[in-house]
Design a protein. Structure first.
Length: 110
């Protein structure tokens, strides 16, 4: 279920980036590895390359630029917009590991 949810997020983001020149331009030239680790389940990684998310795969690579750590319920709450990212961060239900620049990038991926 989480793999399918992430695949739909990747697809939705890529369609949005294709339709929105400002997003494409801002993310052009970037190459980042992003990991999502669910503390009570699976982990996944995806590449952000030239404004597109690609190569979604299971696993939690050791070397990533941005790692999102949360539990399954919080992740699904975020996806279904039942919980906002700021509330998840403030209540420590989610952490984001990476540089400040990459953490700010996270906003654009939602």
């Amino acid at each position: 279920m989480i793999a399918e949810t992430l695949a739909s997020i990747v697809d939705r983001f890529n369609r949005h980036a294709e339709r929105t020149p400002a997003v494409r331009e801002e993310l052009s030239g970037l190459h980042r590895t992003i990991a999502v680790r669910l503390t009570d389940g699976e982990s996944f990684a995806v590449e952000l390359l030239d404004g597109k998310l690609q190569n979604l795969r299971p696993g939690d690579p050791e070397k990533v630029d941005l790692r999102i750590v949360t539990d399954r319920a919080t992740f699904l709450g975020l996806v279904h917009k039942e919980l906002g990212p700021m509330k998840a961060l403030v209540t420590r239900k989610m952490t984001i590991e990476g540089s400040l620049e990459d953490k700010l990038l996270f906003r654009k991926l939602l």
